[in-house]
Design a protein. Sequence first.
Length: 170
Amino acid sequence: MTAAGCNVLFLCTGNSARSILAEAYLNAAGKGRFAAYSAGSHPGGKVNPFALELLQKNRIDTAGLRSKSWDEFARPGAPALDFVFTVCDNAAGEVCPLWPGQPISAHWGVQDPAAVEGTEDVRRKAFLRAFSELSTRINLLLNLPIDKLDRLVLKKKLQDIGRAGSESKG
């Protein structure tokens, strides 16, 4: 496995916020080294407007982002996945489809900004916190020497990344 052309799938339940933020950020920051996708076990059918607003504010392309089922990635002809990251605790506990190619998986749990209630400002701050946590983890992923690590070491490092940036969670 090399960093050039790694396919990454971010999973969440609704595929409207966290997994979408991660997909868009990795595609932008990965500069072609990674192809990121996102999906949900029970997709809500639309991308959260606060997620789109935040991405656009950060000049990250939102074209083509959509809420979709993880079934799309278990079908014949789907991209061969190198990594699968769950970004919500619900998806981490669900029975996932069998992914072709035996991708390395890790849990990168982030609090759901879409579940936060309150003023628009409060909700925007929740999305910014989630985006900050995810971008920190993705930047750590981008700095890993993927092609120099064996599978077990890489899996451990990816699991460690899943705890990065969450120190402020209570």
